[in-house]
Each structure stands twice: as structure tokens, then as C-alpha cells.
Design a protein. Structure first.
Length: 145
């Protein structure tokens, strides 16, 4: 039986997917998944083009390096009273290749760019949003980097 014959719910499946979930969903559709009525796919699908900075981090085997340095997880949150290793890491992140118009002195911004790549244009963020960016990101284990 086809999925639509088994259950009326499968026939009415609406999908909202983003990022890696979008890639997984599109791969399933291309492999013949049926029963999807509509889909909204955001960010990426089957043709992933990683920016140079991501390819660079991948080439460095960054998860392995970070784990050997004792870094088990990472977040965009920064602490003003951080120890020397966190302070050093923050300063190293300032060296990321970021377009001049997107540079700022926020360690949170540097961490977000390190984790996700360039996600926003500063000129489109008001001060309150910019100051609250650390609240909008998750904790990553070294493996997921």
C-alpha cells in the first residue's frame, strides 16, 4: 500500500523544515517519499555550498582540536569575568574574516559567526536585538561544530 492509502493523516502532511532538517527532508522527497501536501524549506536543500570559513574550520578538524583542548561544548554566550582561556578564544575569534561593514566589538557576535557563519546584517539590527543575540542561540558540543 502507498502511504496515502494507510492513513488519511499521512496524505495531509505539511512540512516546515530548515537547515539540516531541510536537507534531510529534500533527500527523502528525492528518494520517493510520498504523502506530502506542501513544504516550506528554508536555508538549504540538496546543494550545500559552505563558505570559505566553514571549509577552513572543517579542514582544521576543529572538533578534534577543541576536544583535545578540553572544550566539550560551545555557546555564543560570553562572560565578562571569563578565565584566560576563554578570553584568549574571544580574542582569536576577532581574527575571523568578516566583511568590514559587519565588524563590531561584541564577543557574542564573534561566537555566533564562528558557530553559524554570517547570519545577519548589523545595519538591520536595533540595539536591543543586538544586545540579546546570546539568548537566541543554543549550546553546541564539540562534535556538532
Amino acid at each position: 500500500m502507498k502511504p496515502c492509502e494507510k492513513s488519511r493523516w499521512i496524505c495531509r502532511l505539511d512540512v516546515l523544515s530548515r537547515c539540516l532538517g531541510a536537507t534531510t527532508f529534500v533527500m527523502a522527497m528525492l528518494a520517493g517519499m510520498q504523502g506530502v501536501r506542501s513544504a516550506l524549506i528554508s536555508q538549504i536543500a540538496t546543494h550545500i555550498r559552505a563558505p570559505l570559513s566553514t571549509r577552513f574550520k572543517t579542514g582544521l578538524h576543529l572538533p578534534t582540536v577543541l576536544k583535545s583542548l578540553g572544550v566539550e561544548s560551545h555557546t555564543a554566550y560570553t562572560d565578562r569575568h571569563a578565565d584566560w582561556s576563554d578570553t584568549l578564544f574571544d580574542r582569536m575569534l576577532r581574527l575571523q574574516p568578516i566583511p568590514l561593514e559587519e565588524r563590531c566589538w561584541s564577543s557574542v557576535c564573534h561566537h555566533i559567526t564562528f558557530l553559524y557563519g554570517m547570519l545577519y546584517e548589523h545595519e538591520r539590527l536595533n540595539k536591543a536585538t543586538h544586545d540579546a543575540l546570546h539568548e537566541k542561540t543554543a549550546i553546541f558540543t564539540s562534535v556538532t561544530l
